[in-house]
Write a new protein. Structure first.
Length: 130
């Protein structure tokens, strides 16, 4: 019989306070709690109008962002994409990305594969500027 792992994302530790992003951001990465071997899953709750202060890209991992509630804007390299509830956006590994919540805030799930413990990620500080 195959084994499985069941968690509630609200029980996963919110990492945003450790990095100074609370109360504007909740960030719960479930890769380890779910014992994922080949993918990743993260939950974000973003305050109205809050923009992540950095972008990132990968060398291997593509990601899908799903807006559960509210709305958001994603900056993908030099393009801005508007997202509303239930929009799913696939982002190739090499595209630099970051998101900003709309006026009512946003809840976003991010799925990534292949998983490599984020060894392929590169953070880009002060990337999204007006």
């Amino acid at each position: 019989m195959p084994s499985y792992t069941l968690i509630n994302l609200k029980d996963v530790e919110d990492m945003a306070p450790k990095f100074g992003f609370a109360p504007n951001l909740k960030s719960r990465s479930a890769r380890r709690p779910l014992e994922l071997e080949n993918s990743g899953l993260s939950y974000y709750r973003v305050a109205p109008g809050y923009r992540l202060p950095f972008g990132h890209h990968h060398s291997e991992q593509e990601e899908v962002y799903l807006v559960l509630s509210g709305s958001a804007r994603m900056k993908l390299d030099d393009e801005i994409v508007e997202l509303s509830q239930w929009d799913a956006l696939r982002v190739p590994a090499e595209v630099t990305r970051a998101f900003e919540a709309g006026p009512e805030g946003a809840e976003i799930l991010a799925f990534g594969a292949p998983s490599n413990e984020n060894r392929d990620v590169e953070m880009v500080q002060d990337w999204w500027t007006d």
